[in-house]
Design a protein. Structure first.
Length: 148
């Protein structure tokens, strides 16, 4: 089985310099924005149109928004707004990915030299980590994941 290099990154609690430098250093050629909503005023330099421009100009990296790899509003609100617990959020999001059959809508090679982006500063309680783990469980561990 081939191995495909993928990284993940969050944009909160970091400077623009550190964020873009980590992406450049990772060797990523494409960023998959896995946020459901990518235009929030709170996103600063990571608002969709600005982010696409900055990634291209600073890092020479392609940008694509991929909400199919994001939780639904219901799942997000139950966890964030209503202060839900991580195990419940994790279970709901894993079921959503299974229902969406994301493993058959993507291929491991699509993620070669890519980076999954969301807002959380660390991957520990973040859906980007769950996406990688889920896909690896379906693709025999073919994704070699680095959390930036």
């Amino acid at each position: 089985m081939d191995s495909f290099k993928i990284s993940t990154i969050g944009f909160t609690k970091t400077s623009a310099f550190s964020f873009f430098d980590r992406i450049k250093q990772s060797g990523a050629k494409k960023v998959f924005d896995v946020r459901l909503h990518n235009t929030s005023q709170l996103a600063g330099f990571a608002k969709a149109d600005d982010l696409s421009f900055f990634l291209k100009e600073i890092c020479h990296v392609e940008y694509t928004h991929e909400p199919l790899l994001a939780p639904t509003d219901d799942i997000l609100k139950a966890y964030k707004r209503d202060k839900g617990d991580w195990p419940t959020y994790e279970g709901r999001f894993l079921r959503l990915m299974a229902d969406r059959k994301i493993e058959s809508r993507f291929s491991p090679g699509m993620f070669q030299d890519s980076c999954l982006l969301c807002s959380e500063a660390t991957p520990h309680h973040c859906h980007r980590k769950l996406v990688c783990e889920y896909l690896n469980s379906k693709w025999d561990g073919s994704l070699h994941v680095t959390h930036l």
